[in-house]
Design a protein around this ligand. Sequence first.
Ligand code: PHE
Length: 337
Amino acid sequence: LRREALEQLGGVADPGQLNELRVQYLGKKGQLTEVLRGMGALSAEERPVIGQIANEVRAAIEAVIAEKQEAFDRAETARRLQAETIDVTLPGKSRGEGTIHPLTKVTQEIEDIFLGMGYRIAEGPEVETDFFNFEALNLPKNHPARDMQDSFYLTEEILLRTHTSPVQIRAMRAANGQTPLKVICPGKVYRRDDDDATHSFMFHQIEGIVVGPNIRMSDLKGTLLQFVQAMYGPQTQIRLRPSFFPFTEPSAEVDVTCAQCGGHGCRMCKHTGWIEILGCGMVHPKVLEYGGYDPKEVTGFAFGMGVERIALLKYGVDDIRHFYNNDLRFLGQFARM
Ligand code: PHE
């Protein structure tokens, strides 16, 4: 039995065969097991002798099986290592890297400029109450100026904010009468406009407000000049035209020398050399009161600009819709700017 087993084991070529032989000799119904089971029929003298031989045979067979199994395992490991070899010197697959959206980029630039002038950033809700969006900004119900900002109403008292000015009121109230207050408020705003090259039902604004003793219109003008020169270059000039906003008095609209043609005239500025970029003014006394300040003690200025407009002018883009179409050919160009 021993010889036969060892001979057969010597010839096995794969793990499957090895297992078959294991079962054949050592399994529950294996040949060796049979011999051991038959020991009960032997005489008392024969039993230890046969038992010893049987155990030796079993040990021998087990040793050969273990040896073979180990050889097979080693071979298998070697085969897998060979098959799964990775050539680390092959060039990798390159993956396109995303770029920062131009509107995000311009927003961050504007924020940086004002942070550098000591402002802090305040945010407010996009779903706003009629009170903060209009009422506290000196725009009572039925005021005709409400028509300037056609709105999306959710209920009679709640709407999507039409500008970032309500954050002015929230920031003033949060300041609890403390001065100086210097904040900018970036965010999305919504108006019921039909989308075209210069209008979108949703766009981005950045509002700024400063409140303190003796804040004057000249402070506003100097601040805005500093801002546009940081944004569009030191040669940039501004001009203020009288305007009207219910929440500022006096109010002005601000033009800059066209950043695309340097003021010489081009399609972008309709050959005038100037482009309007924001609205501003001295905070209306009533608005200061709504913000918790005493208009006899403090004054303030405020301004509000559309981020899309600032970006259009900076990059010479002619259609606001490019910013929302997510065309990678358009967006990718700003990676290098
Ligand atoms: N809130 C105004 C708008 O959206 C802009 C503005 C802000 C004007 C602050 C003056 C002062 O048109």
